[in-house]
Design a protein around this ligand. Structure first.
Ligand code: UDP
Ligand code: MG
Length: 348
């Protein structure tokens, strides 16, 4: 029934042969981690859609809602849900730290043998979970749900995504499968690996590829948002894309040395030509235009390269400050409101 074969599976292909020895896993507990930002309208629907599917898999499950500093009453709804169903647990951040921090917090609190990461707005259909789980039972450590289409996204968002995937592919050594989002299933050992990474500026799509393990892609049809609206503005999306590129590639830094050498090479040739032409044909004073063009061009190139350097230095600055990735203000269903100790990471 799984249609993973129909999609390019660059990582799965090389690792499929290793899957046999881990086959036949037993599931004691399944965790579902859901980062939530201003999702009060949709949480009850999410719970209603998720519970029967999880019940059918195992009565032993937990749903971890991470309220990423919502401005609405998301956390109150989470509290009501957990009073009705104690398998619902919740964490509330002290402010909005961003989805990456929400996912990291949820994963570090998830104790299931298999952990599902999904959005709160039902764009990631819970009906796909049993298929993901059967792949896990067959020994796959990470099941990546791949969007078949991007029809639910606006034209501009689709274009930015496409451009980003191409850019990321070109500059980074880590491969992200086309259409892969944050809807995934992780084995507990993958969760441990992800949580143990000390970086604060996190880019989950890259991190999950970087950690490796046995991965498989599973195509799914992305649904429309059940309620509310997407909290990603174009600016936020571009910033996220740039964060992704800079955390997995140093090519933007290195490209300036190549450009510098090319320009220096051309300048030397031009210098030789000037020397010859001056000695052979005499001194020729005019040259204002070429002087201006080369000065302005080189000035621009130097400023761009300084800017790129600044971007990386800024990220080093954020990392060395060692601030926690998020602060927990409140929690429901966990032994200690601030446990585990604030993990690593940065502001979104
Ligand atoms: N989200 C979050 N923190 C944020 C923004 C979003 O936890 O700062 C959550 C949001 O509640 C949802 C998921 O991340 O569960 C995806 O967000 P959204 O639906 O806005 O993004 P899109 O589906 O448009 O990519
Ligand atoms: Mg969404």
């Amino acid at each position: 029934m799984r249609k993973a074969q129909s999609t390019p599976r660059p990582i799965a292909a090389q690792q499929a042969s290793q899957s046999a020895n881990a086959a036949g896993r037993l599931l004691n507990l399944i965790s579902v981690v859901v980062p939530c930002y201003n999702e009060s309208d949709g949480l009850n629907t999410l719970h209603a859609a998720l519970t029967p599917i999880l019940e059918a898999i195992s009565p032993c499950h937990e749903i971890i809602l991470v309220d990423d500093g919502s401005r609405d009453n998301t956390f109150d709804i989470a509290r009501e849900l957990s009073q009705k169903d104690p398998r619902v647990k919740a964490i509330r951040f002290a402010r909005n730290f961003g989805k990456e921090a929400g996912m990291a917090a949820g994963l570090s609190h998830a104790t299931g043998d298999a952990v599902i990461l999904m959005d709160a707005d039902l764009q990631h259909p819970p009906a796909v979970i049993p298929e993901m789980l059967s792949a896990w039972k067959n020994g796959i450590d990470m099941v990546i749900a791949i969007r078949r289409t991007r029809e639910t996204d606006s034209w501009i968002r689709r274009s930015v995504s496409r451009a980003f995937y191409h850019l990321f592919d070109a500059v980074s050594e880590v491969r992200i499968p086309q259409g892969a989002g944050d809807f995934r299933l992780f084995d507990q050992k993958v969760v441990q690996a992800i949580v143990s990474l000390p970086e604060r500026n996190r880019f989950m799509k890259g991190i999950t590829s970087w950690v490796g393990f046995r991965q498989e892609c599973l195509p799914f049809d992305v649904a429309n948002r059940a309620s509310g609206k997407s909290s990603w503005s174009l600016l936020k999306l571009l910033r996220y894309a740039w964060d992704g590129v800079t955390s997995f590639s140093t090519l933007p830094l290195r490209v300036w040395s190549v450009l510098g050498m090319a320009i220096a090479g051309m300048a030397s040739l031009y210098g030789i030509w000037l020397l010859i032409s001056t000695t052979v044909f005499g001194i020729d004073v005019p040259g204002y235009a070429s002087l201006m063009v080369s000065t302005l061009f080189l000035g621009g190139v130097q400023l761009i390269s300084l800017g790129v350097l600044g971007e990386y230095v800024g990220r080093i600055f954020l990392e060395v400050k060692m601030r926690p990735m998020y602060l927990v203000a409140d929690s429901i269903g966990f032994p200690d409101p601030n446990s585990p100790s604030p993990s690593h990471g940065s502001d979104a």
